[in-house]
Design a protein around this ligand. Structure first.
Ligand SMILES: [Zn+2]
Length: 332
């Protein structure tokens, strides 16, 4: 019998737009250890997510025993047991006891982490065994900007679960952030912030021949993907907008470098898929600000990092099954 017990591991990644789940044998290894996977658009309410998730999990498990469940949650996860959840994109999680319901439905202990920590753990799981005792900082540049720290390979959440919340580091005097603050990294580097900055730049100068103008006139708005596509085509306005975002991510990375001196800083999330217009200023800002070399590189697994990390959480849940299981939570 393996250390994780005999049952399957179930991994779930609940994002703002997509929910993914997968099952794997105990002691998963490598980037793609799944026996089966399933994905569906995230329903608009928390209750709807649970109603879609439980039958999908039962189908993948197909009656086999489950030894642990891990959930990556795209929102705030409190440090309580079971954790309280809150999402800016999907309302109602405050009233839905996700961990308790999943534990009851599948008969196995559940661990939940926010998506940045799960993604960090997913990336970490791809490092060869024997080299995992490292300090790793993970930044996600997506609809929001978040991050997580693994110290000696283990998550470091801090006293209030705020460790690694780089999106709200203040780098400028002004610039409204989603949290209500001013000048935070997220207000400049998130996908929506990049799209908004590009649209403002296009409207500010009606004579600029940017390729984004036709797209903005047609759709009424831009996406960060539009900006990246235009920058890859050599559009100077698009490149300048991405460069500002990249430079600020680089400045935040340099701060992390000076504070923690980690072995590596990984940058993931949709915006990290952008091209040189984003990455060159990012790397230049790190080089300019840091006294010695800090390794900053793109995350390896792209959109699959969080699901892979949820599988690590499931393995942890299985290993700690005795202590984690709450009798009240599994009563019929
Ligand atoms: Zn903020």
């Amino acid at each position: 019998m393996s250390a994780s017990g005999p049952g399957l591991l179930v991994a779930v990644d609940i994002g703002g737009t997509k929910t993914a789940l997968a099952v794997a044998a105990p002691d998963p290894g490598g980037p793609e250890p799944y026996l089966a996977r399933h994905r569906f658009p995230t329903p608009p309410t928390a209750g709807g997510v649970l109603d879609a998730l439980l039958p999908a999990a039962h189908r993948l498990v197909a009656g086999r025993p489950v030894s642990g469940i891990g959930v990556s949650f795209g929102g705030h996860v409190s440090l309580d047991t079971p954790p309280a959840l809150r999402s800016l994109h999907v309302p109602g999680w405050e009233q839905v006891p996700l961990a308790t319901e999943m534990e009851r439905a599948l008969g196995a202990p559940v661990l939940v982490a926010n998506d940045a920590e799960a993604a960090a753990r997913g990336e970490h799981a791809c490092i060869p065994p024997g080299q995992r005792e490292i300090d790793l900082a993970y930044l996600t540049i997506s609809t929001g900007v978040g991050g997580a720290l693994l110290l000696r390979g283990r998550p470091h959440r801090g006293r209030n679960g705020l460790a690694g919340e780089v999106g709200h580091i203040r780098l400028r005097d002004t610039g409204a952030c989603s949290c209500g603050g001013q000048g935070h990294l997220e207000a400049f580097a998130s996908g929506p912030a990049i799209a908004r900055a590009a649209a403002e730049a296009v409207r500010r100068d009606p004579t600029d021949p940017t390729a984004l103008r036709a797209r903005l006139d047609r759709d009424g708005a831009l996406t960060a993907r539009d900006v990246d596509a235009a920058a890859r085509g050599g559009d100077p306005l698009a490149a300048a907008v991405l460069a500002e975002a990249g430079e600020l991510v680089g400045q935040a990375s340099a701060m992390i470098g000076l504070l923690l001196d980690p072995d590596v800083i990984l940058v993931g999330g949709g915006v990290s898929q952008s091209g040189d217009a984003f990455w060159e200023p990012l790397r230049a800002a790190v080089r300019a600000d840091v006294l010695r070399h800090v390794l900053v590189r793109p995350a390896l697994l792209g959109p699959d990092s969080a699901l892979r990390g949820a599988l690590e959480l499931a393995a942890d849940a299985a290993r700690g099954a005795g202590e984690l299981r709450q009798p009240a939570a599994v009563a019929p």
